[in-house]
Design a protein around this ligand. Structure first.
Ligand SMILES: NC(=O)c1ccc[n+]([C@@H]2O[C@H](COP(=O)([O-])OP(=O)(O)OC[C@H]3O[C@@H](n4cnc5c(N)ncnc54)[C@H](O)[C@@H]3O)[C@@H](O)[C@H]2O)c1
Ligand SMILES: O=P(O)(O)OC[C@H](O)CO
Length: 389
């Protein structure tokens, strides 16, 4: 028969462990859960092997993740665009503009030279907005070591190609590379301040997801794992568009009932699209689905929500975009999403409706005002709340 310890294999996939746990007798289930907990608490200790990270993009999220690694004394090199920014980080251990009130650990360096950042990197974190990622990655591709895994943090859908980061990485850096997609409610400032944050690392390689969980995890940054890359990427992209709608609801002063209804229906649209693209339903109820949607729709730090608030208060889109130094990914993604929905509907010969996503796109195009968008949502024919997908 199977030896009692066989249910726990360090590095084994959470999925296979889950399957085996479900079938195991009670005593073995308890023993396995204890062993799993021991494994998780080991992840808080210093690593037993040397690693070095390259972080692509010196914006607030790249800095925030660098700060997590820096607190674990892991060497990190951040690739930035401007020489004066690199010099400032190396001299003062803080970014001159982003999160400039937060000191970075001495193990964090910055450079403008891709070869310097990428040479000898054991892991690469990609933190450049989706719309700029293809060009950025094409430019640095010759310097990206062949087998180094990439952890993408960018949330959105590329204009024109309708690609998400998995395809952009494949098309720019080639096949046969392990990749992972980090997502969930994770505002850069809160992470950099050491506030408790939980995210999910999705990868087709369960070994990579587990490694990220061990290496990046600490007592305030908890990394769950998943193999559902599509679900995690779609959740991260759609929540930014729903957050723009939630911001408009706030800006219009519509109240809590309206906000709760809007966000719930937004999650419903997110789930329907994700399922039609092959995601697992449970992913969309997790951190990268409703979790990130709640965080972004209700959190005052969200750039997407704040864009919506300003639109709802009557400000012009050009003014809002012109006054921001950081990217609200939901703006471009709203247009890509509508095209992706139309493509998916055509492929399945059906007419699934996504009134919130379409409404945000039309408001961003100037075809409706936020108040008209809401009026149109209320005028839609009433139907069953949940469709069988
Ligand atoms: N900021 C957050 O709280 C947060 C949290 C989770 C995920 N994300 C995601 O991470 C990604 C990066 O977010 P961020 O807040 O750091 O973004 P950001 O707008 O600050 O930009 C990040 C960096 O990307 C690079 N960059 C920007 N425009 C570029 C261009 N045209 N060409 C080349 N490089 C360019 C720059 O180094 C810039 O500092 C986004 O997709 C975002 O959705 C952000
Ligand atoms: O500031 P936002 O709206 O880009 O959101 C940041 C993160 O994605 C929140 O998880």
């Amino acid at each position: 028969g199977t030896p009692p310890h066989a249910a726990f294999v360090p590095g084994a996939s959470t999925k296979s462990l889950g399957n085996r746990l479900a079938k195991a007798p009670q005593a073995r289930r308890e023993q396995t859960i204890m062993q799993l907990s021991a494994r998780r608490s080991r992840s808080m200790r210093p690593l037993p092997y040397p690693v070095r990270f390259a972080v692509l993009g010196g914006g607030s999220f790249g800095l925030a993740l660098a700060s997590v690694l820096g607190k674990k004394s892991i060497p990190v090199t951040i690739l930035v665009r401007k020489e004066e920014v690199a010099e400032h980080i190396n001299l003062h251990h803080r970014h001159p503009t982003y999160l400039s009130d937060i000191a970075l650990a001495p193990s964090i360096r910055a450079t403008v030279h891709p070869e310097e950042a990428l040479r000898d990197a054991s892991f690469i974190i990609h933190a450049v907005p989706v719309q700029y990622s293809r060009k950025f990655l094409e430019d640095i591709a010759p310097h990206v070591p062949k087998n180094t895994p990439i952890i993408s943090t960018s949330k959105g859908i590329e204009t024109g190609t309708l690609c998400m980061m998995q395809d952009i990485l494949l098309e720019t850096l080639g096949p046969n590379r392990e990749t992972a997609y980090l997502s969930g409610p994770s505002f850069a400032r809160e992470i950099a301040l050491g506030l408790v944050t939980a995210v999910v690392a999705a990868s087709e390689s369960e070994a990579l997801a587990n490694e990220i969980c061990d290496i990046m995890g600490c007592n305030y940054f908890r990394v769950f794992t998943s193999t559902d890359v599509v679900g995690v990427e779609v959740g991260g992209a759609v929540k930014n568009v729903i957050a723009i709608a939630a911001g408009m609801c706030e800006g219009l002063g519509l109240g809590t009932n309206a906000m709760a209804a809007l966000v719930t229906r937004g999650c419903n649209e997110m789930q329907r699209l994700a399922l039609s693209l092959g995601a697992r339903p449970s992913t969309l109820t997790g951190l990268s689905g409703v979790g990130d949607t709640f965080g972004t729709c209700f959190g005052p730090l969200s750039r997407n929500r704040n864009l919506g608030v300003r639109l709802g208060k009557g400000e012009r889109l050009e003014n809002i975009l012109g006054s921001s130094t950081e990217v609200a990914e939901g703006h471009a993604t709203a247009f890509s999403l509508v095209q992706l929905i139309e493509k998916t509907n055509r492929a399945y010969r059906r007419e699934l409706e996504f009134p919130i996503i379409y409404g945000v796109k039309e408001i961003l195009e100037g075809k409706r005002t936020p108040a008209e968008g809401l009026r149109d949502l209320m005028a839609m024919p009433v139907r069953v709340e949940m469709w069988n997908l």
